[in-house]
Design a protein around this ligand. Structure first.
Ligand SMILES: O=C(O)c1ccccc1N[C@@H]1O[C@H](COP(=O)(O)O)[C@@H](O)[C@H]1O
Length: 208
């Protein structure tokens, strides 16, 4: 199983994760997040990071801004973590460099209905799904959702499992009928928002 580490802000930690062979590096381009990457690094810094899994996380951002950031920072994946609908995604797909993959986040919560039709409408415009816990802040809550919900639906794309993934709950991945393509970790592997506990990440990486 692959590993994505999200909410990175520190170049020395990014280099340690690259040395560890982490598969995806997540950068949050959402100004309201305490992990907003542009408070710490600029787009040129990110473009200089040599790794094939650089992922930009966006929340209800306009397509032109997403495209500009993706080009300037040399991103390989766009993670749409807001309420972007299938029309927005189709427009973005048409305009975006075809080499850049789109990861659509489904935020799982009490209000999340018709997950299967939501997914069907995305058609071929995305590369991956990501399931996270629904929240007013959109993400980064450290809270898990009810994973058994995933066992009741058909998931026609490889998916990232997210939302409060920790060393402890990663022991229970075998309860999932469809194995995640990748885990997506964030706040449970931090000493403070944006500052990762790299030793703890190593412990998870060795278990996968
Ligand atoms: O981390 C944030 O601050 C954040 C803010 C807005 C949207 C997404 C955000 N992070 C994403 O949230 C998930 C789960 O994080 P956690 O493990 O529950 O802390 C992860 O995909 C981050 O990319």
């Amino acid at each position: 199983m692959k590993l994505k580490v999200c909410g990175l802000t520190q170049l020395h930690q990014i280099q340690e994760l690259i040395a560890m062979n982490v598969d995806f590096l997540g950068f949050i381009f959402y100004e309201k997040s305490p992990r907003y990457v542009l408070k710490h690094l600029n787009l040129e810094d990110i473009s200089q990071i040599h790794h094939p899994g650089k992922t930009g996380v966006f929340v209800n951002e306009n397509a032109e801004t997403v495209i500009e950031i993706a080009e300037k920072a040399g991103l390989h994946f766009i993670q749409l973590h807001g309420d972007e609908d299938e029309n927005f995604i189709a427009t973005l797909r048409n305009k975006l460099n075809p080499d850049i993959g789109i990861i659509k986040v489904i935020r799982m919560g009490e209000k999340t209905e018709n997950i299967e039709s939501l997914i069907q409408n995305l058609k071929t415009n995305i590369s991956y799904l990501l399931f996270d816990t629904d929240a007013e802040t959109f993400g980064g809550t450290g809270k898990t959702f009810d994973w058994t919900l995933l066992n009741n639906i058909k998931i026609p794309f490889p998916y990232f499992l997210s939302g409060g993934i920790s060393l402890e709950n990663s022991n229970h991945l075998n309860t999932l009928r469809q194995t995640p393509f990748s885990l997506d970790i964030n706040s449970k592997f931090e000493t403070e928002p944006g500052i990762k506990d790299v030793e703890k990440i190593k412990r998870l990486y060795e278990k996968l």
